[in-house]
Ligand binder design. Structure first.
Ligand SMILES: [Zn+2]
Length: 330
């Protein structure tokens, strides 16, 4: 229903390619723009994704600020997070910020795009349809190019856990390095329309596109007034969010997946963890997590150098048996 039904053979080939972990750093073939309003600001914004060289990373550039007065560049890094109320916001030392980066970050992470300059003429990314799918489409339209430099991998070596009274998020090492990042997430909302939902995914480009990318953000009617008074969700509506009123989903077309809510929380988690600045190799288990806890998990991981190692992705992918390979790499 959600996937195209034609060219099954071609789809299979593309899907297989998309499920291989990239080992070389990746950028875009060409620049590509899009325009929409921000979810929270409600302000129209033009965003252009531009190719960038190896080692550049994911960097935002606010073109609407005076570059003679303030630094317009903001790194998409976990230690640049300045606000996690309802969305993830990054800021630089001059207070220049970009809000609601997580849906774009998830699309970049899942498509293996390490290096991109993201120009924005406003304080927030465009909301599009409230999911990552339009960003995956943009990246597909621009095309990707593998650069002549190995990708960096942050490999989890020890269990790391953060928690609040409401929930927890934990990272564990994985045996199979080529599995990359996997996420096992549970949500639990006190309303029947959502309730308790769990899902596990291995974050590969093809699986992300099929199972996660289309899942939209969601909100509750009874919270909308309070959010708007706080200057949030000003751009939110039925065209870019699943809106729940009591036990009713207000969107005419209903849900895109039966468990769209937990899938969106996985999408958010991928986007937030993408701020580690490299591919993350580990297994996430989380219950009732959110942007603050996702960010706290990365802070906990990087707080102790014995929790992780940073290696080249190419050295993880060898044709020989894994045991022999690991011995050779050490
Ligand atoms: Zn989200």
């Amino acid at each position: 229903m959600l996937d195209g039904m034609t060219d099954v053979g071609v789809r299979d080939i593309n899907t297989a390619r998309r499920d291989l972990r990239p080992v070389m750093q990746r950028s875009l073939k060409r620049a590509i723009p899009c325009v929409d309003k921000g979810l929270h600001s409600g302000v129209p914004v033009t965003m252009t994704l531009r190719p960038a060289p190896a080692g550049h990373g994911v960097v935002f550039k606010r073109t609407d600020v005076d570059a003679d007065q303030v630094n317009p560049f903001v790194d998409a890094k976990f230690d640049a997070i300045s606000d996690t109320r309802l969305c993830s916001t990054v800021s630089n030392a001059d207070g220049v910020s970009v809000a609601t980066i997580e849906h774009l970050m998830a699309a970049l992470y899942a498509t293996g795009v390490d290096n991109v300059l993201i120009e924005l003429d406003g304080p927030e990314t465009p909301v599009m349809d409230g999911s990552s799918e339009p960003f995956v489409f943009l990246i597909d339209c621009a095309g990707t190019v593998d650069l002549n430099a190995p990708r960096k991998v942050v490999r989890v070596l020890k269990d790391v856990r953060v928690e609040t009274e409401a929930g927890f998020a934990a990272l564990s090492p994985v045996d199979e390095l080529e599995d990359g990042l996997s996420i096992d997430l549970t949500i639990d909302f006190p309303c029947d329309v959502i309730g308790r939902q769990s899902k596990s995914v291995r974050v590969a480009e093809g699986r992300f596109a099929r199972e996660i990318a289309k899942a939209r953000t969601f909100g509750f009617m009874h919270e909308v007034d309070a959010m708007r008074k706080a200057g949030l969700a000003l751009g939110g509506g039925l065209d870019n969010a699943v809106v729940i009123d009591g036990e009713t989903i207000l969107n005419e077309d209903g849900l895109r997946y039966r468990d769209e809510f937990v899938r969106h929380k996985i999408l958010d988690c991928i986007g937030d963890l993408a701020l580690c600045g490299a591919e993350l190799v580990g297994a996430v288990r989380a219950e009732r997590t959110g942007h603050a806890l996702n960010n706290a998990l990365l802070h906990a991981l990087f707080s102790d150098p014995s929790n992780y190692e940073i290696v080249d992705a190419a050295t993880l992918e060898a044709p020989m048996p894994q045991g022999r390979f690991l011995a050779a790499a050490e």
